[in-house]
Design a protein around this ligand. Structure first.
Ligand code: ATP
Length: 236
């Protein structure tokens, strides 16, 4: 059996007196869509940040594609894409140029065909030459998603990708995530929305106060939410 795409062993992150992640153990298989569900401040962004190199873990091990990030912090991360919560890009580059620059960050050459493919997939064709600062909020989010995916990452993190987006973008994004997973891309998304986890995920993890409370297949988690047992867990 192939090794997991991602494995967390005892991942812990502390900020002074606050423990944002506490001894998290998790294994993600190739091609699955995994939803990490939890309330504000649960530790979802910290978990993603630790894996992507944006947050320095306090202890524990992170294995990406079977490689320990303590031994090789850079190589495996070239195969990862991140759609962050906050919109961050250079406002003065055009949409197409932003994607070419992103390819450059990942050591890939300019690739007009790939950029056009991403513009079509995210419905940004008409904005190809528009500077990013002139885009609407929804279009900016589409660009952020295109940027995260343009280098064909094998593992994609989406940090609350549909928070505050309109119905059309939510539907487009869900369809695109399903397509990526069917092609073998592994997806980890964080969300506050039970509905989103139910729509997309193969497995769901529930996190609160830095502790991963459970990891189950979607049907089991939905049944438990139906019984309100998880609400009780959050309130403990
Ligand atoms: P949200 O859904 O609101 O984005 P989250 O589940 O992503 O929440 P995190 O952003 O990972 O939660 O935060 C986890 C905890 O760590 C919170 O209590 C947060 O205040 C704290 N935290 C995050 N970053 C820092 C930091 N740089 N310094 C101190 N505390 C931090």
């Amino acid at each position: 059996m192939s090794s997991p795409v991602l494995e967390l062993q005892g991942l812990t992150k502390s900020y002074a007196k606050l423990t944002a992640l506490s001894n998290v153990n998790l294994s993600i298989r190739q091609g699955e869509i995994f939803a990490l569900l939890g309330p504000n401040g649960a530790g979802k962004t910290t978990l993603i940040g630790s894996i992507c190199g944006l947050v320095k873990k306090t202890s524990g091990r992170i294995l990406l594609f079977g490689k320990d990030l303590d031994q090789d912090p850079v190589g495996p991360r070239y195969e990862v894409g991140l759609v962050p919560q906050e919109i961050n890009f250079d406002p003065f580059f055009s949409v197409a140029e932003s994607l070419h620059i992103q390819l450059g960050f990942y050591g890939r050459p300019r690739d007009e065909a790939r950029v056009d493919e991403m513009l079509t997939a995210l419905n940004l064709q008409n904005k190809k030459d528009t500077v990013a600062r002139a885009l609407s909020g929804g279009m900016r989010r589409r660009l952020l998603i295109a940027k995260a995916l343009v280098h064909r990452p094998k593992l994609v993190f989406l940090d609350e990708p549909t928070a505050g987006v309109d119905v059309e973008l939510r539907r487009d994004l869900w369809n695109y995530v399903r397509k990526l997973a069917s092609e073998g891309t592994t997806i980890v998304l964080t969300t506050h929305y039970l509905e989103e986890a139910e729509e997309l995920a193969d497995r769901v993890g529930v996190i609160n106060e830095g502790r991963l409370l459970l990891v189950e297949d979607k049907a089991t988690v939905m049944r438990r939410f139906g019984e309100k047992r998880l609400v009780v867990t959050f309130e403990q």
